[in-house]
Write a protein that binds this ligand. Structure first.
Ligand SMILES: Cc1cn([C@H]2C[C@H](O)[C@@H](COP(=O)(O)OP(=O)(O)O[C@H]3O[C@@H](C)C(=O)[C@@H](O)[C@H]3O)O2)c(=O)[nH]c1=O
Length: 188
């Protein structure tokens, strides 16, 4: 497992060894000590999986009361995955990183609690799998508009419009988020 730092401190790419042979491939998708050895303390309590077709964009999501750290990957297909630092007081507040995750490199992204997260699907279909450090809490489920110019995410180009949930089409912008509900930056 190779750990690769991104432009946002704390957001890490995990690149596993992939064993391909005539049958297909084998890859380890999780070892508890991978993140620990990278200096991250994370205890996962929930695993999720979603399936989306090409052109679907989910996000940007975060939880206010019970912020979730997320270890995300594309179990099948290819996605462009984005993490945005929305921790109040962070020197990187409002900054984003985007990484392609697919079922060839099997790269994963570690997104610390307090970040907003979203992805869009590049392949015909994608199965997106992720581990979370807190349970889903509908009451604190929050979102930010995917194309908020104040964040300026450089989403990949698509011929048609991205397909978003009704909720995600109507998410508020970053400057409309209740600041007191954002996760406080814990320091470097
Ligand atoms: C996220 C989630 C949703 N649900 C339910 C609520 C709803 O009825 C249905 C679909 O929910 P959503 O539309 O919010 O699903 P989705 O848009 O896929 O939400 C996910 O998006 C990505 C970007 C993330 O980062 C995730 O944390 C999560 O917020 O599933 C759960 O029961 N548990 C969960 O953990």
């Amino acid at each position: 497992m190779k750990i690769i730092e991104t432009a946002l401190p704390g957001v890490l790419i995990l690149e596993p060894q992939v064993f391909g042979d005539a049958r297909g491939f084998f890859v380890e998708t999780f070892r508890e000590r991978w993140l620990r050895e990278a200096g991250v303390e994370a205890h996962f309590v929930q695993d999720n999986q979603s399936r989306s077709r090409q052109g679907v964009l989910r996000g940007l999501h975060y939880q206010t009361v019970n912020p979730q750290g997320k270890l995300v990957r594309a179990a099948r297909g290819s996605v462009f995955d984005v993490a945005v630092d929305v921790r109040s007081g962070s020197p990187h507040f409002g900054q984003w990183v985007g990484v392609t995750l697919d079922d060839v490199s099997h790269r994963q992204l570690w997104i610390p609690p307090g970040f907003a997260h979203g992805f869009c699907v590049l392949s015909d279909e994608a199965d997106f799998a992720y581990k979370c450090t807190s349970y889903y809490d509908p009451a604190s489920d929050s979102g930010i508009l995917w194309n908020d110019p104040a964040i300026g995410i450089d989403w990949p180009a698509l011929d048609e419009a991205w397909l978003l949930s009704d909720k995600d089409q109507r998410q508020p912008r970053l400057n409309e988020q209740p600041r007191e509900k954002l996760t406080v930056y814990p320091g470097p």
